[in-house]
Ligand binder design. Structure first.
Ligand code: UN1
Length: 512
């Protein structure tokens, strides 16, 4: 990677060296202090954005409120048309935006492009959805009465996204919220602010070409303080937040205190059960990609393998071999499997976790280390590692956002399911088996307690068509496909009387 390549990516997406970080859609403004973005690839400074000030935030909220009044009355399929245009612009910008994601976040180029593909796919999904925001019709108990329900837009949706999916997760929320008639204010992670500028730039073009009011898509930047303005703001009926469980508890409580709504996508502690009836060859791909892909920084990353005792030695030998072949380095180089962690703080967490594993009684099967040398000059590269542990260790119960894979043995499937469920988080889970009885038990009410439960594929790499999210400390929110859209709208029940009589419900008599 060289400087001219970086400049081409930034320039191509309309990003300058110093970017105002607040936008209502018409233009950018910014008087606040700078947030400087560095690439974890080699530590180089990329560009800066300004932090949103309170005055700017107020201006944005005023514009989003105005825009909502227009946007909510536009027919949903017309809103879908705007989202279709945005999706098309993403198609045109897929290469550059994917590169920026890799550059700023450090994930592999394929995964950077994959994220933009997810954005395009959710736009397509949202376009179709814009003609399908269906309500139900019910039979009234009263004669000549009709009952039905309809879904109305809610207002301004606050979106707080995490560094690990700098563009896709915002778009899952925004594309659906827009067709639902909501307007959005997005606070990207302060670790990847340039991705936010790029997405907003692309949206601003659509806004201008369609002569739409500013405020449909707004951008704010900053840390905890800006997040707090949002969570405490009664003008935001819904906050959708992705991040750590710690953050989610703070956001959830702040929004609940004003009886607002939340969609929370928090940590995972995802396990794959590898049964004695597993096809080991295909199991390995899902398990290794799940554990080391994105350097273990997905909510859906595979953290634990629960392996049948009869397969244990086999699987461990195959894992050791696979880990020995992993190429770690610049994620823009397509030959590498594993890129850097997001920053040196994440590296510290990784080191702390390694120490905790040993302290709590774990045994390293593949040792971890922080990599040194020219190629690793950012200090953000770590070696994926594997530890044999017991499920109850505090460190195993906790999500470390790094490529650390825990392995443990089981004898019978009930025990394996209990181990899989025996953590505070409940996002993604999988079983590798060719036995139908095993897979059905895993998917039954007595099986996995997670929001996502897969058979013969790993825990990561969910498609946009399904509802994405998890139970327990993962927060309970659902985003993306299926009927996740309902969380972005308010439901209204309507009863219409087309007779001259006024029969009361439950047969109550009230004669005047
Ligand atoms: C996340 O890790 O925050 O299932 C989202 C996956 C992706 C989304 C992950 N489609 O791995």
């Amino acid at each position: 990677m060289n400087l001219s390549e970086i400049n081409n990516i930034l320039e191509g997406l309309g990003i300058s060296k110093e970017n105002p970080g607040s936008s209502t859609g018409k233009e950018f403004f910014g008087a606040g202090p700078k947030i400087v973005s560095h690439t974890p690839i080699n530590g180089q400074e990329l560009a800066s954005v300004t932090q949103t000030t309170r005055e700017e935030y107020e201006a944005i909220m005023a514009k989003s409120d105005e825009a909502f009044k227009v946007w909510r009355t536009m027919p949903a399929p017309k809103r879908g048309e705007i989202v279709r245009q945005y999706g098309n612009k993403l198609r045109e910008n897929k290469d550059l935006l994917g590169r920026l994601v890799s550059l700023e976040m450090g994930k592999s180029l394929q995964e950077g492009w994959g994220e933009v593909q997810e954005m395009i796919d959710i736009c397509d999904f949202a376009v179709g959805l814009s003609r399908q925001l269906y309500g139900l019709t019910m039979h009234s108990e009263r004669p000549s009465h009709r009952m039905y329900e309809q879904w109305h837009p809610m207002g301004t949706v606050g979106i707080i996204s995490a560094f690990n999916f700098p563009v896709a997760v915002w778009c899952w929320n925004a594309a659906i919220a827009w067709v639902c008639g909501d307007v959005c204010v997005w606070k990207p992670s302060e670790k990847v602010p340039l991705c936010g500028i790029a997405c907003q730039n692309i949206f601003n073009e659509v806004l201008e070409e369609n002569n739409l009011p500013e405020g449909i898509s707004c951008l704010v930047n900053g840390g905890v303080e800006v997040g707090e303005w949002m969570t405490q703001d009664k003008r935001m009926p819904l906050i959708s937040a992705t991040g750590s469980i710690r953050m989610g508890k703070i956001v959830g409580q702040a929004v609940a205190a004003r009886l607002g709504k939340t969609i929370l996508e928090l940590g995972g502690n995802n396990a794959i059960i590898i049964s004695e009836k597993a096809d080991i060859e295909s199991t390995l791909v899902g398990a290794v990609f799940g554990a080391v892909g994105t350097a273990g920084q997905r909510c859906t990353s595979t953290r634990r393998l629960i392996i049948h005792e009869s397969q244990y030695d086999n699987v461990i030998a195959a894992l050791k071999k696979a880990y020995g072949q992993l190429r770690i380095g610049n994620p823009l180089d397509m030959n590498n499997h594993v890129g850097p962690l997001i920053d040196t703080l994440a590296v510290e967490q990784y080191e702390k976790a390694l120490a905790a594993i040993k302290e709590q009684g774990g045994t390293m099967i593949v040792e971890g280390e922080v990599l040194q040398g020219d190629e690793y000059s950012s200090g953000c590269y770590v070696k994926p590692c594997i530890a044999e542990v017991e499920n109850h260790y505090a460190i195993v119960q906790h999500e470390t956002f790094a490529p650390i894979l825990y392995v443990m043995k089981y004898k019978d499937l009930d025990e394996a399911i209990a181990l899989q469920n025996g953590v505070p988080q409940g996002l993604s889970s999988a079983i590798m088996t060719t036995d139908m009885r095993e897979s059905e038990l895993f998917l039954s009410a007595a099986g996995s307690d997670c929001g996502i439960a897969n058979v013969n594929i790993g825990t990561s790499g969910a498609e946009i068509g399904g509802a994405f999210g998890g139970e327990k400390e993962t927060g309970g929110g659902r985003e993306s496909g299926s009927d996740a859209w309902k969380a972005y709208m308010r439901r209204q029940t309507n009863t219409i009387n087309y007779s001259k009589e006024v029969p009361l419900a439950q047969g109550i008599k009230f004669d005047l």
